[in-house]
Design a protein around this ligand. Sequence first.
Ligand code: AMP
Ligand code: GLY
Length: 438
Amino acid sequence: MSTRSEPLNILIVGGGGREHALAWRLRNSKSTSRLFTTHPDNPGLASVAKPMGFEFNPKEAYRVEQFCKKESVGLVVIGPEAPLAAGLADALTKAAIPVFGPSKEGAKLESDKAWAKNFMRAASIPTAEARVCESVEAARAYIDSREVEAMVVKASGLAAGKGVMVCDTKAEARDAIDRIMLKREFAEAGDKVLIEERLKGPEVSVFALIDGRSAAVLDLCQDHKRLSDGDTGPNTGGMGAYCPAPILDAKTMDTVHRQVLIPTLDALRRMEIDYKGVLYIGLMLTHAGPKVLEFNVRFGDPECQALMPRITGDFAQLLLATATGKLHEAEWDTNDLHTCCVVLASGGYPEKHTTGVPIHGLEDAAAVEGVHIFHAGTKRSASDIVTAGGRVLNIVGTGASLDQARKRAYDACDKITFVGKTFRTDIAASAASPVAIR
Ligand code: AMP
Ligand code: GLY
């Protein structure tokens, strides 16, 4: 890629910690000129990107399109899955605006787990065996007919990371079906369910950029999904992450390339699905080899926050190259830093949680060497920054070793106070070593 890239105006869609981290990295990219945000209420985002000036609604793609034309935006980076599933990328692509983020059809890899399972089966991608059920009766009958008690029940649609229930017994699985299909806890996301074989093994997230023709694996991260230390408590969107995760040895990584990444690219092309963005592959490393637990069509949150400080080079050009099918021309690398991201959440998260609570100590925390603070659910209220969501802040420590990165992150966490502050003290504490897979 040319080292004399044109200045690029960029719009970032989305308003959480992931988008703040993307905006921060883009702000520090050589070719980024003006940077815009759809979510001005996030003070972190607002410190690096300019608001569009009107309320964002993914269903009003024409307004975003008009804005992009008016401000000569040359790249739209879509952070979350919902606007992708709503077809925002399709509308902007039609208007000849380069978009980092797949089409609505491509987003089905995340927004429709039943569809994604069929996609994987057709492409022979290793994944858990599963049955798709469209009625409570069919689901119950299938649960009863299974030989083993342990299984996983998943709502097929988008459920903000909460629609997966890992069950030890058939009774729990039946209860999960009741919650999803009868009580409709996830509304229409529960019209269909998947009942899956329960796999065992360590988990890892692989992030691959895909430009329609080729793929580039960015980094490996490990997320901590449970609320409390020792992987206990309810599942959350993610309470912390570290990077790089040394969990895949070169041989296993090669297997992931051959058995997952290449077949996915080929199948997308065969099906003429426009996919230009990042593919998040959630893997479980089983004794029978790596198997896909889920695909997501966006960066993980908070994995992205742990990933961004490691990427070197002109990130804006890397995303533009992905969006325009020129990934092979992009120059990028990762540095040697280790990163550890700790999520500070509100009291009560992931259930009903408090908001509007003043946050203290942000400046002191930001002054800790090697620390970046990304705002996830905060807002300004008079002269205070207050909590405004379940996951509030992402504290990322960087360092020459994972221990140093952890220590810095936790030193900064200690300096921040707010009523109800909830976090895990064991993020990256037992960073796994490579798992040998047959
Ligand atoms: P997902 O959102 O599909 O990644 O599921 C959330 C979490 O549920 C995963 O990170 C795993 O810990 C667990 N999980 C999902 N599918 C399975 C499976 N087939 N076997 C065992 N655990 C699973
Ligand atoms: N951290 C998990 C996710 O973004 O889905």
